[in-house]
Design a protein around this ligand. Structure first.
Ligand SMILES: *[C@@H]1O[C@H](CO)[C@@H](O)[C@H](O)[C@H]1NC(C)=O
Ligand SMILES: *[C@@H]1O[C@H](CO)[C@@H](O)[C@H](O)[C@H]1NC(C)=O
Ligand SMILES: *[C@@H]1O[C@H](CO)[C@@H](O)[C@H](O)[C@H]1NC(C)=O
Ligand SMILES: *[C@@H]1O[C@H](CO)[C@@H](O)[C@H](O)[C@H]1NC(C)=O
Ligand SMILES: *[C@@H]1O[C@H](CO)[C@@H](O)[C@H](O)[C@H]1NC(C)=O
Ligand SMILES: *[C@@H]1O[C@H](CO)[C@@H](O)[C@H](O)[C@H]1NC(C)=O
Ligand SMILES: *[C@@H]1O[C@H](CO)[C@@H](O)[C@H](O)[C@H]1NC(C)=O
Ligand SMILES: *[C@@H]1O[C@H](CO)[C@@H](O)[C@H](O)[C@H]1NC(C)=O
Ligand SMILES: *[C@@H]1O[C@H](CO)[C@@H](O)[C@H](O)[C@H]1NC(C)=O
Length: 719
């Protein structure tokens, strides 16, 4: 790896604007900025990988919301896992210290002040690796909190330090879903725990107050689990600001969890006087109105009287439209009741993602994908169900945002040219940029919107489709650059104007390509119909859309060399690349790159979330009329002839590595130039920095050879 370091340094010294894989991986990465209750500063985490040290440094930093000045908080990240602000205070914090002096594998909770890093007090010792802290500052002065951890079937938090070592390694199952994402299922499930920090002379954990709030929910098929795996976090639960009531989502207890996406919102009293109950499950008002799918983001209003959340209609379609709902919540001495269901985004043809209440509890800010970026919108509760919100933000993509006391938004955003921007947006729409990574980070120097553009073109069904274009940083007018055509995953997903640390189009472009990334049928953010239309059409409509896109580029973009182009994609994009290899468009590329893509649709049942294939292929593999056989790349082996680079990771349980191996073995058997790259320790993604560097180097080595005639200069493992 010494070589790559020298390489990066040499490029930087030559003054080239290009961003290299080393610079992408070695640049600082910043989380979302979370404002203090008084709206004066915001806290964020910043991490940076060093190839020299072969390690990552992490820091908690403070952003001054007046001046944009950033400074170290003085809080030690190697000891502190999470920090949250105490509502109602100016600068008070509660944090999770990742160690516990008395209990190995446990954590501790501390109360302090952001301006006094050495003055914190230990207030609770927890006996397991809890995370996902949420805090309410109750009227009594006690701090009520929620955290989550894995729990044994009996509900007790699981601490791996004390787990009994089994005598054998066998894993025995009798339910579908033996594994998920990158791990095999064990008997433990995640659960949310509620606790009280009693306020006396100092705070301390009230006796026996840490209580698993998922206990007592009856189930017939699926044991309650929150956060919902594998991507759920503290956004799957909330505590009311008055500290009286909790809400969380958990999957439908009467439905098989590999078959269905359905999940419901449960509410209950923090004091434990009653068990949690769902208000949008079977037989509820929501269910009778047709809202039977997954729920998400339960969020209490600042006055604790309302709860907002999102839900999908269909119970086994993960990409159905997420609609915004609001209910009234009343906690009458432990009896929690919910009423007055409002369908706030009923007529809006977009999916709601994050939910943030305005300080007066009278409107809700949300973000959601919209025409190739993530934008903010506002829903006043006084509006009717036909309300169409206007986008409050424009060009870049929101990662997360918060509402300040004066109803301004503090936005953490990114774009193709910046890994992180922080800005405020006043209620009048005035935007004030506080920080832009591209101006500060030397790794990103020279990047900017000048390399980025978009176009619309007509797709197979006659609809206008969107595509984004990223040119090399050192693009010269009048010159042509080979096409790098990149197909996104999902397939219900989108190529957005956002920063990526895995598929960063500027990094690809700076290898000397024009990246064009289309949003064909199946894409999100352009209306639900385009998303839905891919059902049963994996290899038809989107393939034609991609062909039309390629023809548009050839005809209209005179700076793109389509004679020496390459095509790449991961996940569904990998399937599409294999499908392209199988068909005419495959002959138009010099090389193909498939990362963790399906090559044999008849093997799809080795996946885990079976609702996904049942929806997308119109039924189970044994249902008449399902489309597994219709779009199977393996039925088109006779056409495979374009050099192909195949990546497939061992821990990818979503799309097992047999798909990549079989693809590679056939290509080799047929004499089609091909290479196979496997990471035994990576899942659907490549996250380890050294692995990511190798991934980039070997892909670029391959495409630069076939597209530009550069030497194929690494030697794979031989016979
Ligand atoms: C942070 O904590 C670690 C682990 O306790 C310790 O080794 C290190 O010296 C601390 N750093 C600072 C700046 O206090
Ligand atoms: C809780 O909020 C009140 C104001 O409502 C504030 O006075 C108090 O300091 C807050 N508690 C803490 C621990 O910051
Ligand atoms: C974290 O906890 C350890 C004891 O487990 C203690 O020594 C250390 O000072 C704590 N650090 C902070 C920042 O609270
Ligand atoms: C729950 O189960 C675990 C593992 O079997 C055990 O160690 C623990 O004592 C049990 N807790 C209770 C309250 O029974
Ligand atoms: C919660 O449910 C369990 C199991 O049904 C039951 O034994 C327990 O009494 C319930 N607790 C409360 C507070 O209702
Ligand atoms: C899963 O769904 C399929 C398709 O609807 C159904 O045939 C099967 O019985 C379900 N399995 C379970 C365990 O619910
Ligand atoms: C809203 O989106 C449109 C394009 O769809 C854009 O022209 C406009 O500037 C955006 N509005 C704001 C306030 O950014
Ligand atoms: C798949 O199912 C959808 C929804 O029922 C339907 O619109 C579509 O025509 C079906 N596609 C195929 C190929 O059967
Ligand atoms: C090869 O590609 C052509 C053109 O797309 C297609 O018509 C033909 O069916 C393919 N042959 C095979 C065996 O897939």
């Amino acid at each position: 790896m010494r070589f790559s370091l020298t390489f990066a340094t040499a490029l930087a010294a030559s003054g080239a604007l290009a961003i290299t894989p080393e610079q992408l991986i070695g640049a600082p990465r910043r989380g979302a900025a979370v404002p203090s209750p008084n709206g004066k500063v915001a806290l964020f985490d910043e991490s940076q990988y060093s190839f020299e040290e072969e390690g990552r440094t992490v820091a908690w930093k403070l952003l001054n919301l007046e001046t944009g000045e950033i400074k170290e908080s003085g809080f030690n990240t190697s000891e502190i896992n999470e920090i949250v602000w105490i509502p109602g205070s100016e600068t008070g914090i509660v944090y999770i210290n990742g160690t516990n002096e008395n209990i190995p594998g446990g954590v501790s909770i501390w109360v302090g002040d952001i301006n006094d890093p050495s003055g914190s007090e230990l207030v609770a010792e927890l006996n397991a690796p809890f995370s996902g802290l949420k805090v309410a500052n109750s009227t009594s002065g006690d701090l009520k909190f929620l955290v989550n951890a894995l729990a044994y079937p009996n509900g007790t938090a699981f601490n791996p330090e004390f787990a009994a070592t089994p005598k054998h390694t066998g894993r025995l199952y009798e339910n579908i879903y033996p594994r998920h994402w990158d791990h095999w299922l064990t008997k433990e499930r995640y659960a949310v725990f509620a606790g009280t920090l009693q306020s006396k002379s100092k705070y301390s954990l009230a006796d026996n107050s840490l209580r698993n709030i998922l206990q007592g929910i009856e189930y017939t098929a699926t044991r309650p689990e929150t956060p919902i795996q594998p991507f759920g976090g503290s956004g799957d639960y909330d505590i009311s600001p008055d500290g009286e009531t909790y809400a969380f989502i958990t999957k439908a207890p009467h439905l098989n969890k590999a078959n269905y996406t359905a999940s419901y919102v449960y509410v209950g009293p923090i004091d434990g006087s009653a068990n949690a109950t769902a208000f949008n499950g079977p037989d509820s008002e929501a269910s009778k109105a047709g809202h039977k799918g997954a729920s998400g983001s339960p969020t209490f209003s600042p006055d604790s009287k309302k709860l907002a959340y999102v839900q999908q209609d269909e119970d086994y379609y993960e990409s159905d439209r997420w609609q915004l709902y609001v209910v009234d919540v009343k906690n009458d001495g432990g009896k929690v009741s919910v009423s007055n269901l409002k369908e706030a985004s009923k007529s809006w043809d977009r999916s709601v993602s994050a939910i943030k209440w305005a300080p007066d509890s009278k409107s809700i800010f949300v973000d959601g994908e919209d025409y190739g970026r993530v934008r903010a919108f506002n829903f006043p509760l006084s509006e009717k169900e036909d309300f169409q919100p206007k986008n409050l933000t424009g060009t870049t993509s929101i990662t997360d945002f918060f509402v300040l006391p004066d109803s301004s938004l503090l936005v953490s955003a990114s774009a193709a040219w910046t890994s992180r921007d922080f800005y405020t947006l006043s209620p009048k729409g005035e935007q004030k940029v506080l920080f832009s990574a591209t101006e500060k980070d030397e790794e990103l120097s020279g990047l900017g919107p000048h390399t980025y553009s978009e176009f619309f073109y007509k797709g197979a069904a006659g609809v206008e489709l969107h595509a984004l274009v990223v040119k090399p940083s050192n693009f010269k007018e009048g010159e042509k650059y080979p096409l790098a055509y990149v197909i996104h995953g999902g397939p219900q997903g989108a190529n957005n104007n956002a920063w990526s640390t895995r598929w960063n189009y500027q990094v690809w472009a700076d290898q000397g390509y024009v990246v064009v990334a289309p949003n064909p049928t199946g894409s999100t953010g352009f209306g639900q119909k385009l998303t839905d239309d891919i059902q049963g059409e994996w290899g038809s409509l989107p393939y034609e859309d991609v062909v039309f896109g390629w023809q548009y580029i050839k005809k209209n973009l005179d700076f793109v060399d389509t004679e020496n182009g390459i095509c790449a994609g991961a996940s569904y994009g990998g399937f599409m690349t294999n499908w392209i290899q199988s068909h005419e468009l495959g002959r138009e590329f010099k090389a193909l790159v498939t990362h963790d893509g399906i090559s044999q649709t008849l093997g799809a049942y080795a996946s885990e979330e079976l609702w996904f294939i049942r929806h997308d292929f119109n039924g189970t593999i044994y249902d008449e009329g399902s489309t597994y056989k219709k779009f199977n790349p393996f039925d088109h082996i006779a056409n495979w002839s374009t050099p192909q680079f195949v990546i497939h990771n061992t821990l990818d349980y979503r799309l097992p590595e047999s798909d990549g191996l079989a693809l590679f073995n056939v290509l080799q058997s047929k004499g089609v130039p091909s290479r196979f790259l496997n990471f035994p320790d990576e899942n659907h993604w490549v996250l380890n920095p050294q692995n990511s560097l190798f991934w980039h180097q070997e892909i670029f080595n391959w495409i630069n050879h076939y597209s530009k005639g550069e030497p194929l200069d690494t030697v794979p493992i031989g016979e």
